[in-house]
Design a protein around this ligand. Sequence first.
Ligand code: MN
Ligand code: MN
Length: 460
Amino acid sequence: MQTVIAGGTIVTAASTYEADVLINGGRIALLGEGLPTEGSEVVDAAGKFVFPGALDVHTHLDTPWGTQYTTVDDWRSGTVGAVCGGTTTLVDFALQTEGQALREAIDGWHAKAEGNAVIDYGFHAMIMDLTDSVQAEIPRVIQDEGIPSFKVFMAYKGVVQADDETLLHTMFTAAEHGGLTMVHAENGDATVVLQNRFAERGDLGVEFWPKSRPPELEAEAAHRAITLAGLAGAPLYIVHVSSAGAVAEISRARASGQAIYGETCPQYLVLDEDRYTQPDGAKWVMAPPLRHASHQEPLWRALASGNLQTVATDHSAWPLKDFKDQSLDDFRYMIQGVPGVEERLSTLYTYGVQAGRITFNRFVDVTSTGPAKLFGLYPQKGDIAVGSDADLVVWDAEVEWMLTKDKLHGNTDYCTFEGIPVRGRASHVFSRGRALVREGDYVGGKGGGRFLRRAAFATP
Ligand code: MN
Ligand code: MN
């Protein structure tokens, strides 16, 4: 069965034009005005936009926090939410536990995703314990597993934090074999000192959360990671950039020719640290924390200029009840992270494109084309071109609605962006030609998503 998406306006990272899209065999078969529709299902996209399905390269589905808790969005609910929001590819973090081989961690992630994911997906390898044997696995993980990206934490001291030695070793080894190093950039040692000083004064409420992880510690870690990447001759991707200082470090490094890339997330673009003074402030406990509102415009400007290349979500579905509310009296032990896999495109479209901060083409670049290129999936994903996978979003830019928990598909008990008005939503979403969303409703079945073996890193 062929499908023709007819009469829409195509928006890619490079251009905007009128064309129909013919889908056949799960791929884009033809593009052009007035394509014949005989024998095809026709989806009327008149008055709507059609853009490539978004990639979310930062999620944590079915992921443990310590031994007691696991994120409540698994590969079924997480991918259904994603696709309803216009996202057709996820790259999630396969978490290594202490002493575990990467191979074993990756096998565990395959077992969680297979048969449950409704859209295509890949994994990053999250390095917690870089032993000699783990380091020796890196080339094989890139070449044989199709996993060319490795995440290292500069924060979470005593849990997953890597020292500079581990960070530099990872960068050298990954770069030598076509891998991309990713870092969570916050100075974990300094965070612990600040947090314990608040604790000594009894200042352990959620309102002290952002003060205990100030933006200076993100800028410092970004600077250090960039310096080490320079010494290793390694490309570096900094996840969830939240502050003007970190943006400045990335921009400076890029201007000097270094292969440094940065991601931000909708929460840092539209929410600010005032949330922590609310009675339900625990909902927004995440790391890095929400910042003062003055950090938002520098993030938007960096997205517009190209100094930041991607917008992901860091989707971590922890309910407030029985999860986050277990540590209301001591922010140091609170589970960190927020859901957001479904809200990303509407938020970015409204406060980015509609507000005139980024162009529609740039919106496509930072949500789809840019991440596809950086993470070895282009042009299979991330473009509307003949031969690319038919991962497509038909976007109704006219509909105005309110982000609220009841309209979302995830399993948490709150919406990070509750009550925020937005404009635009995915009316139809296709994954390899399969219509998973029609008129805003999920109409797909169970499973159907495939694991994506990604290509080695290449400078975009
Ligand atoms: Mn992180
Ligand atoms: Mn994360």
